[in-house]
Ligand binder design. Structure first.
Ligand code: 5GP
Length: 179
């Protein structure tokens, strides 16, 4: 375990198992739909890469990079699109891949944006759900694990751009925040 971590919440094996299950479920749900699978950069990259390998159906991949406006420590839900999708989503089935849903504000904005562009359907797969943090009601259609209201890192999730490459997910020691 990385020495900055207090504990591991999900091992590599537990993550793999959730990703395999979600991939199998999505393969059934999206058979014959050729979905556009959208990765929200950067946190969802590791999850997206592993998930699409488990989706044994034709699909397309696209990427979006967004950043929150205003005070970075408080999610406002008003996001700026830093990198937009390469292709239109009109008339297409869209699956948003998220690392973790906390307040739900980012996802609510993204869903609304894609529906506004006339996607046929917009659903969400999130590896982690932190329901205690929710500020807006948002449905997560497919979810890996529910997590407590701690700040977690690893498997794509960062603290100040670090720890994304850890193959497991854990909670940081409090002193790491105070450095
Ligand atoms: P929301 O708009 O749902 O509050 O924001 C979701 C985004 O906040 C996630 O995509 C992720 O980038 C970030 N986030 C929320 N909770 C955590 C957490 O526990 N750890 C990390 N590293 N990022 C988080």
């Amino acid at each position: 375990m990385h020495s900055d971590l207090k504990k591991i919440l999900f091992t590599e094996q537990q993550i793999n198992s959730a990703v395999r299950k979600l991939g199998a479920q999505l393969s059934t749900e999206y058979v014959d739909k050729q979905p556009i699978v959208i990765c929200v950069l950067k946190g969802a990259v590791l999850f997206m890469v592993d998930l699409v390998k488990r989706m044994e159906i034709p699909l397309e991949m696209d990427f979006m990079a967004i950043s929150s406006y205003g005070d970075s420590s408080q999610s406002t839900g008003v996001v700026r699109i830093l990198k937009d999708l390469d292709r239109p989503v009109e008339g297409r089935h869209v699956l948003i891949v998220e690392d973790i849903v906390d307040t739900g504000l980012t996802l609510a904005y993204l869903k609304e944006t894609l529906l506004h562009r006339h996607a046929s359907s917009v659903r969400v797969v999130a590896l982690f759900d932190k329901p205690e943090g929710r500020k807006v009601e948002i449905s997560i259609d497919y979810c890996g694990y529910t997590v407590p209201n701690d700040f977690i890192v690893g498997y794509g999730l960062d603290y100040a751009e670090k720890y994304r490459n850890l193959p497991y997910v854990g909670v940081l020691k409090p002193e790491v925040y105070c450095k």
